[in-house]
Write a new protein. Structure first.
Length: 351
């Protein structure tokens, strides 16, 4: 396997890719997330609460691996926390919401539409400014937003919210209105921080948990609204949903997003279903290849994905299906980047 040195910077590569122009290699974005903190000998709790630690982690990771996107994130409950949810911060794992704040549907007065000043959102914005100052000439830090559905389910509790979808849709839409407005405030603050506006993350809207009918009534309208809001900042939106989304492909595309970030799905099947209507990002398995390796298996998985998607007219980004586990060795991230610089290298002459 011959590994070729990069010719373009990530900023140059992403710009050319978005414009449909030639690039030197496939765009590759392993979702390193909070595990990057181990490169500087700190704990995940520090990463989630200290913008300097978050920034140093991602700067160190970028300088080591030279991947194409520095995505700043902590956990998908960050807007729920800003709206009033109580989280437990663990030393070596992502924060979790052990108990929903909306124990009853009469508890809506316990939460509020969040602003950039609430919760721990400020950590992301300050980290983005540090990253931009240090490496922003080469790569753009980006910050995604948890989707309205995922935030609502976190506030109410997933099981409670799932029942409410059938028994009290009016309540659900009222809650989703609040979470959507909170997401908009977050997006507005991301733009003000100088970070790129990332995609929309809806892990709880997985096809493992809900079907197309529920998706179209309670997820799609709010994603569409956020997509249109993002356009006011001259940016397009990606959509990440965990798990199996085979039955959700059409409604996902109908939201108007420009990129589908996928987890456990056959790329060949997805390629045929999407048929060039959006970019596709994914989907090296973070719970198998990227966790257990070995390096050769990661190379094979990346090569297989690149081969399947090489003629995909919508544009393909090599990535993991979800965040890489904190238990994954960093040599596996390097293996993924090596595969991109080998199997995904293109003939290119800098103009």
């Amino acid at each position: 396997m011959k590994i070729r040195e990069d010719i373009l910077t990530p900023k140059e590569r992403n710009k050319a890719f978005s414009e449909g122009k030639p690039i030197d290699r496939i765009v590759c974005t392993p979702m390193l997330a909070s595990s990057a903190v181990y490169l500087i000998g700190k704990k995940i709790k520090e990463f989630q609460l200290n913008p300097e630690v978050m920034a140093e982690s991602h700067i160190t990771a970028y300088k080591r691996f030279r991947y194409d996107s520095v995505g700043l994130c902590t956990h998908c409950a960050i807007i729920a926390e800003a709206m009033g949810a109580k989280l437990t911060y663990l030393e070596d794992d992502v924060a979790r919401c052990d108990e929903p704040i909306l124990k009853s549907k009469d508890d809506l007065d316990k939460i509020k539409i969040s602003t950039e000043k609430d919760g721990k959102l400020w950590v992301l914005y300050e980290a983005a400014q540090i990253v931009n100052k240090e490496i922003g000439d080469e790569v753009s830090p980006s910050i995604s937003t948890p989707g309205a559905f995922t935030t609502a389910a976190t506030l109410r509790g997933v099981e409670n919210f799932a029942r409410d979808l059938y028994k009290d849709p009016e309540f659900c839409h009222k809650l989703l209105r609040m979470t959507t407005e909170s997401a908009k405030n977050h997006i507005r603050a991301v733009a003000a921080s100088g970070a790129a506006i990332g995609g929309i993350a809806e892990p709880i809207a997985s096809g493992n948990l809900i079907g197309p009918k529920i998706f179209e009534e309670f997820v799609s309208p709010y994603i569409k609204e956020l997509v249109e809001f993002m356009k006011t900042f001259n940016t397009s939106a990606g959509l990440h949903i965990c798990g199996n989304v085979n039955k959700l492909i059409e409604p996902m595309i109908a939201t108007g997003v420009s990129t589908l970030s996928v987890d456990r799905i056959d790329l060949q099947v997805l390629k045929e279903k999407v048929a060039g209507r959006t970019k596709i990002l994914g989907n090296i398995d973070p719970t198998q290849e990227m966790l257990y390796g070995p390096v050769e298996k990661i190379h094979e998985a990346c090569k297989r994905a690149i081969d399947i998607m090489k003629d995909y007219e919508g544009g393909y980004i090599l990535s993991t299906g979800c965040d890489i586990s904190p238990k994954a060795p960093f040599e596996y991230v390097q293996a993924m980047m090596d595969a991109a610089r080998s199997y995904g290298a293109y003939e290119y002459i800098r103009q």
